[in-house]
Design a protein around this ligand. Sequence first.
Ligand code: FAD
Length: 286
Amino acid sequence: MQPVSILLKPFAKRFIGGETLEEALQTLHQLHHRGFLTTLDFLGESNQNRAEAEKAAEEYIANLKTLKKEGLDRNISIKLTQIGLEMDENFAKENFTKIAAAAKATNGFVRVDMEGSPYTEQTLKLTAEVHKNYPHVGVVLQSMLRRTPEDALCMLKEGIRVRLVKGAYKEPPSIAYPDKKETDRQYVMVMKRLLISGIYHAIATHDEKIIKEAIEFVKKEGIAKDSFEFQMLLGIRNKFAKKLLQEGYRLRIYVPYGKSWLPYMTRRLRERKENIWFVIKNIFRG
Ligand SMILES: Cc1cc2nc3c(=O)[nH]c(=O)nc-3n(C[C@H](O)[C@H](O)[C@H](O)COP(=O)(O)OP(=O)(O)OC[C@H]3O[C@@H](n4cnc5c(N)ncnc54)[C@H](O)[C@@H]3O)c2cc1C
């Protein structure tokens, strides 16, 4: 294990469901018991080896069967660079299609996470192509990107379910809002478009102000509580998530697992300076 991974491991425990599937299944069962919906992510990205990419796709297919057997949500989140997008688009599409077919066979759902902007176009294109034969696949849009309102319209036209997030990758100002307020403003604008579309979408944020605005909007528009869902990441705003659940909203928790947690954890650290302090305090505590 690299020194940086050793330092981050105590911090990672809060945010990942475990390093093995067995550990993640325990986390999923606990969440289900408390009334949450879940989506399972097998950690990994930027695969440069075809055999490894195929192995990742096989792990997802096996996971769908295990989730069914365990009576858990057959809902998974995948990354296209994990299954070969950086190497060969057709190869990634083949792997993606196999996963989508397995999800169909288990009556499940595949969400394609959105990665950095070099992959936005290909991710939307491949999702739309696979969606034509497998309607139970959806995508993620990032409100920090200037292009997102147009992408949302395209996805709505295709009837594709969207998870709306702010965006976790560092992007240049030419294509993304450098100002967080603009990202939030665009989030609310796109969120309202999604909520009134009649398609089941996911509002994925821990931002209390935005969630309150979503709730006011759905009440005003008479949108049913079961016609959309909120989503949060494991280990973030737990009490608030519980409160939403008690108010009768659907809440899905994103549960990542696996040994390749460093890039995921680095994004969680960057999002919030208190997390960096937590790591530093642990280092000095020894
Ligand atoms: C279910 C789900 C799936 C996601 N999938 C993707 C994806 O596919 N692609 C992508 O680019 N991004 C994804 N993200 C991450 C997203 O883009 C944001 O980076 C992340 O959600 C933080 O933004 P926020 O909306 O919570 O708002 P923020 O304004 O950043 O945060 C609002 C509040 O949430 C809490 N919070 C936020 N982040 C943290 C943290 N790391 N640690 C502790 N508290 C925190 C704090 O209380 C903060 O004040 C996903 C997020 C969720 C919830």
